[in-house]
Design a protein around this ligand. Sequence first.
Ligand SMILES: Nc1ncnc2c1ncn2[C@@H]1O[C@H](COP(=O)(O)OP(=O)(O)OP(=O)(O)O)[C@@H](O)[C@H]1O
Length: 719
Amino acid sequence: MNVIGRQMARSNATVHHQRQYSDNFLDSTFNGKWLQSSNFPSSQDFGYYGVQRSSSLRKISDENVSPSELSPGLLDLHSFDTELLPEVPSLYEGSSLLQPVGSKSFEDSESYIPTNKIIGRSRGPPENNLLKSLSMDRERANNVAKIKVVVRKRPLNKKEMAKKEEDIITIEPNSNSLTVHEKKLKVDLTEYVERHEFLFDAVLNEDVSNDEVYSETVQPIVPLIFQRTKATCFAYGQTGNGKTYTMQPLPLKASQDILRFMYRTYQNQGFKLFVSFFEIYGGKVFDLLNDRKKLCMREDGKQQVCIVGLQEYRVSDVETIKELIEKGNATRSIGTTGANEESSRSHAILQLAVKRSADGSETKPPRLVGKLSFIDLAGSERGADTTDNDKLTRMEGAEINKSLLALKECIRALDNDQGHIPFRGSKLTEVLRDSFVGDSRTVMISCISPSSGSCEHTLNTLRYADRVKSLSKGNNPKKDLLSSSSNLRDSIALPLSSTVTTDLSFEDTINDVPFEKNRFGWSKQIEREASPPFKVDRVPSRRAEGNLATNVYSDYYKDQRGGLNGLPEDDLKYCGDNYDQEKTSWKNNSKVQNFPLSSLEEKQKNETSTKWVDHPTFEDNHSHSDDDLNALLKEEEDLVSSHRRQVEETIDIVREEMNLLVQADKPDNQLDDYIYKLNAILSQKAAGIQKLQTRLAKFRKHLNEYNVLVSSGNDDEYN
Ligand SMILES: Nc1ncnc2c1ncn2[C@@H]1O[C@H](COP(=O)(O)OP(=O)(O)OP(=O)(O)O)[C@@H](O)[C@H]1O
């Protein structure tokens, strides 16, 4: 932790004591997260609301910050019974709009307001224009998707340019799609480029400013906060890809808008804005606005999560919020990893809560109306990057992975309206529990590097985002259509070994085969033409993953040499069980044209006599981090691959069964032979199913272990 920051945080633990910060001190000393001062909007960017500030911008006054009234010791962060107010007058309706513009102080401050889409800059826009603009905003707010996934690409940095790394991300102008061009090597060491296409709700290129990021992500949500919505905005991505750069200005901009609503639209309606800022580090909660005091979480009888003793500050101007954020940032933990010295190992959560007293009186504690949470997640790079680190760092990594996985699962469950939200999967999701129930909105900003050197991490980040997005029903039919028809989630370079489509060249295959999403949101290739039953030799697959180049190589081998026999043993080891299944299925395919029944016997013999390379287990691969996110994601991928192959095999088997029946109908049919072959077929079927069931059970067990299974149906039989 930043020592100066800690000192400062300590000395400011009670902001009743007015404190004068020097600009120099602030600008030069804080180097914590969210503290690249150049990224902060300047003070002129913000208006002053409510109580006018003195000439010092650095003063936190009693008027604006009153921790005592906000720190009841047991602070129910979220579930402070959401206010049961009479219906909050719509943001866009009611007398407040028609009242003369606010108090003197607001009038005075108006000239500071840079832009105001809700309320025009000019003092008296014609009433109908105002209403029109508000109704447009209301429409916009109502259209805010429940879950929005945005990807932001940062520019190449100096280090990457010095290493002559290339920009491998292309974004079509005015589109929501991006393509990762991954360089790969064929077995003959010639290079080829594998293209991975993704479609999201918005894709922002390196030229997009932080202001634009705000208007694309958080701004549309702000009005909803006054209508009892709880919203979460989080940045996800590898260390150094711009999470902090992206998140840092958002709370300030949002609080500016919130205050604007409070002082204009909801003037004199008793709304108050509160700020809290804490971090989750190694599974523990620390108050960033109270000298990093360790806090504990409690769940009350109503299963509402409380953070005991979290300081929450009432604020009425942006400058104070800025100071609080600076203070919190200075206090935030910064660890080191092999990947990036500056990498953050904690999740920082800043919350803006809008509250109101039930009867408008000041005597009763205000109740929560709506809330906006900003989460700067820890770097998403996982297991591999922490291998060399000490036990503590590895455990931190494990906790981070666990929370990232749990977060994804909660968002999935949220968007699927599932009764069971697996929020207990991590501290992060427990803390955010109330953001996953009721009227909620989630914005995820995935931050990616353009550099070729980060390709694998970039693909991981995009896959994570895609999983969040692909399960999003949203409220935009167009989006659904796009998702189902053209979310080119993954690799296009899939040299499928189809005996039917052998007339297609490799390039034809990679360029033209369309994709669609399956019901889990994964892409699958659509057959070029509707194939008649049993003409499909390979089940649509999206196998070639960025971090499993061997998959591609083995496919390539398979195509080039007609089989896996040519694969070096090492490759097989890496391929693991994928190729255990692959071997069998490929063998089937090689003989599929004539369906010689002898292949079954041969296969059965092989299966019993050959000791296939063991599938690398979850534990084997990731002994350093049991709950490694990548391992679970990989296991999920492998399960789907196995399922796909099992279906392929089933198709082959059914073909053989049909042949067998044809044989059985012939007058010269040998009963012994029929019985023997039928027995072989049934055994093979049973073995395939059993194998898949085992894998499924194992995967479910792992999910259960990490509390991330969304649906718990029939778990018992697997445990
Ligand atoms: N879109 C962008 N435009 C310009 N510079 C950027 C952009 N995104 C990030 N940067 C720069 O890249 C560097 C790393 O960004 P940042 O600290 O935000 O990464 P991070 O993802 O928060 O890393 P960590 O996981 O370690 O917290 C910073 O110097 C930042 O200014």
